[in-house]
Ligand binder design. Structure first.
Ligand code: ZN
Ligand code: ZN
Ligand code: FE
Length: 759
């Protein structure tokens, strides 16, 4: 019988295969099928040596591929067969080997799994209502790790000695907790304590959660330590409380995320689609931006929509992702605001000392625990655009896991990203490890967090870069740091080309494309501020074949906060000094003297740099129609215009001129100023016009089109573009797993190093 002849296979699997329960999964499968051999973690990932007959071997391999643990991600799966047999009589899990050169991929933190959730609710289980329950399939990873390989002594769980029962599970290959590094129980694991804001303890353990819920329901604002840092939490159903939080946090309009108990409740407040529902329920448990329910369909008792997300059309919603959050939500029984605890613009706060130093006037009570957060990590934010997933902020659940590159690097590359929505990337072989979202590098805390993240990741991967890539902008913190590095080749890449390279890398596109790169600002090759660009190019280079006609950012940096200055600048473009006599709210909002000064600045170009930015056009438009007076968070104008989009006017748009690649929107501005249409019609027509501009330029070049840059976070714009391009049969690419905003820049910089550096 041919099938009874035994064979040996050596299976090497790489990707996210450590810290996700791969070895016990393989062990159980092998034992079940009667396969002999062993499995171990090595620096490349997981190695399996299996001996059995041909049929069983095939079955075994197929089952590994098909039934892999829920958080595992296989990048490569290599099977080598060998006729020589050792004669294994059983299957075992062997100790990890450390052979230097770290290639295994650090896993990201994942939400509580269904098995743990069930145990947590079983009164007979020894972990009944235990807020730190986890297993090989779920729990914290990146946030508690110091070094690779991922083993308990190298995590912040090293401070907790396992009790005999936990140790037994940890050692038992058949247990769900075999080598679950954060394994613990109420006897041996981390503990919860509730404190007043002045640091006086109030309650512990289960009592702490119970008391906290009562306090929240009474209208108190509290801080809660979670997986990657602290959140500020309050009752989302009471407008008064939400407003109080806004007041204390000095955050007048930026939307707050809301945590719900169930998708059923989310469906009562939002226009939830099946794909959005699946994304909310995915193990990564991101914050998903979903269209709010139209007012007449909203069950008003459920949430203070105007409080949590004023003026915008979407609301960020998510489900509990840690056991602690689950317990909290179950007892609170109401939707809760869950917003990152930080000072505006600063990174997430991860310990109670810093919390009390910086935010003690914001919260009344805080729930702390003694499992140290070594690496802070924000919640991820995603949207579904036209039934497609798009990540806006790539953090918990997605990062720092790797992105597979469409090329091989012979040397290590460190990419530093940009200034806003900073992320950085370490790249080696065909992997780019993209850090979680760091934030805007315009304050000392964020800068030190940036360097800390860099050092942690470099340390974990024992990584010394041969090439360092930064943005071309001379004033970015990351550029300045890069230029000081003497041991590596230092490269700089134009901001919008990096956006395009990021898109090419994400979709593994090797052909030439037309890049439509629209965003806020980026340093152009001519030293001007770019942001409304059309590039022809590929990995090897690009040519700027078009752009939006430049206009003056009147008042420089201050125009970003006061978009009416941008609107005024466009009025000067149209009417010259006559603009001062216009009867328009924008003009009326300035005093006579201010107008005179601004006009002089405009004329002479004082503190009024030229820019082709489409992001700034959104700002100008929002000011012109009177929907945003002061910008209090980045992207606000785009979000407000998106919220005003009315599908009833889907076919309407404005005129514009396109000459030799330069887009002139003056005809549109004239129409807006002279027709005086209502805000939602203007917003809709403006967005439709932008989509048509992209289409017209695409028709000229007849190449696949790639869209990148922060402007494409706009769901209505993307939806409109997709419709137009699909109707026309034009191929196009949009970002999905990599942010279209500056959070994706680091990946593009890695590609730049490959094709323009010595790697
Ligand atoms: Zn679990
Ligand atoms: Zn224990
Ligand atoms: Fe950008």
């Amino acid at each position: 019988m041919v099938s009874s002849i035994k064979k040996q296979a050596k299976i090497t699997i790489s990707g996210i295969v450590q810290g996700v329960g791969f070895r016990p999964f393989v062990y159980n499968l092998a034992t079940e099928l009667g396969v002999g051999g062993y499995v171990l973690n090595n620096p490349q990932g997981v190695l399996i040596v299996a001996e059995t007959d041909q049929n069983t071997l095939e079955e075994f391999i197929q089952a590994i591929r098909q039934n892999k643990p829920r958080n595992a991600k296989i990048d490569s799966f290599k099977v080598e067969s060998d006729e020589k047999l050792v004669g294994y009589t059983s299957f075992e899990i062997r100790d990890s080997v450390n052979m230097g050169g770290k290639c295994a991929i650090l896993p990201a933190d994942t939400s509580i799994c269904p098995d743990c959730l069930r145990e947590m609710h079983d009164p007979k289980d020894r972990r009944y209502l235990y807020p730190f329950i986890n297993c090989t399939n779920c729990g914290p990873r990146y946030t508690i790790i110091k070094e690779l390989p991922y083993d308990r002594p190298k995590t912040s769980m090293a401070a907790f000695e396992m009790c005999p029962e936990c140790q037994k599970e940890y050692n038992d290959p058949a247990s769900r907790r075999f080598h679950a590094e954060p394994n613990s129980c109420p006897h041996c694991g981390p503990k919860l304590t509730l404190y007043r804001s002045n640091g006086t303890p109030l309650a512990e353990g289960a009592k702490a959660i119970e008391t906290l819920c009562k306090l929240i329901k009474k209208g108190h604002i509290v801080a809660v330590k979670g997986i990657g840092g602290f959140h500020l939490v309050c009752d989302a159903t009471k407008n008064r409380v939400v407003m109080e939080l806004r007041e204390r946090k000095k955050r007048p309009t930026k939307p707050f995320a809301v945590m719900f108990r169930s998708v059923f409740e989310i469906g009562k407040c939002t226009e939830l689609s099946p794909i959005e529902e699946a994304t909310i329920l995915s193990p990564e448990r991101p914050i998903v931006l979903i269209s709010k329910r139209r007012p007449h369909r909203l069950e008003k008792f459920l949430i203070s929509c105007d409080g949590v997300a004023p003026k915008v059309g979407t609301m960020g919603v998510f489900l509990p992702y840690s056991p602690l959050h689950s317990l909290l939500m179950e007892q609170a029984k109401i939707p809760l605001v869950f917003t990152s605890a930080n000072l505006s613009g600063e990174p997430l706060i991860r310990d109670s000392k810093e919390l009390c130093e910086k935010l003690s006037c914001v919260f009344d009570y805080y729930l702390d625990h003694d499992r140290e957060i070594l690496n802070p990590c924000d919640d991820s934010v995603v949207t579904i655009q036209n039934n497609k997933f798009q990540v806006i902020r790539r953090a918990r659940g997605y990062a720092p896991s790797n992105v597979l590159l469409p090329f091989e690097l012979e040397e290590g590359v460190l990419a530093l990203g940009a200034q806003q929505k900073s992320t950085l990337a370490l790249a080696f072989g065909s992997n780019a490890i993209l850090s979680p979202h760091i934030g805007d590098l315009d304050n000392p805390s964020s800068e030190s967090y940036f360097h800390q993240t860099r050092e942690v990741l470099q340390g974990i991967y024992e990584f010394i870069p041969k090439v360092i890539v930064s943005d071309k902008h001379p004033d970015y913190e990351s550029t300045r740091w890069a230029l000081k590095q003497k041991d590596s080749q230092v490269l700089q890449v134009q901001h919008h080309y990096a956006h395009m390279l990021s898109l090419l890398s994400e979709h593994k596109v090797k052909e030439k494309i037309l890049g439509v790169i629209w965003d806020g600002t980026g340093y152009g090759d001519d030293g001007r501020i770019w942001g409304g660009e059309f590039f022809l190019g590929d990995f090897h280079g690009y040519e700027r074949v078009g752009h939006f006609k430049e206009f003056r950012l009147l008042g420089g940096e201050s125009a970003i906060k006061e978009p009416k200055k941008l609107a005024l600048s466009l009025m000067f473009d149209l009417y010259g000094k006559e603009a001062l006599n216009l009867k328009h709210p924008v003009v009326n909002s300035f005093s006579h003297d201010e107008l005179e000064t601004l006009y002089k600045m405009y004329q002479k170009g004082i503190n009024s740099p030229l820019s082709s930015s489409v992001g700034r056009l959104f700002d100008a438009m929002a000011a012109m129609i009177g929907v945003v007076d002061r910008v209090t968070f980045e992207g606000e104008c785009g979000m407000v215009l998106e919220g005003l989009y009315n599908p009833d006017f889907e076919a309407e748009r404005y005129p514009y001129l396109l000459q030799e690649g330069v887009v002139d929107i003056h005809p549109m501005l004239l129409a807006i100023l002279e027709e005086g249409e209502e805000a939602s019609l203007v917003a809709t027509k403006f967005i439709n016009t932008l989509a048509h501009i992209a289409l017209e330029v695409a028709r000229i070049h007849r190449l696949p089109v790639g869209f990148s840059g922060g402007v494409f976070q706009n769901r209505e714009l993307c939806t409109k573009i997709e419709r137009l391009f699909q109707n026309e049969g034009l191929p196009y690419y949009m970002h999905e797993k990599i942010p279209c905003n500056d959070g994706g820049i680091a990946l593009g910089q890695v590609a730049f190093a490959k094709f323009h550096g010595k790697v």
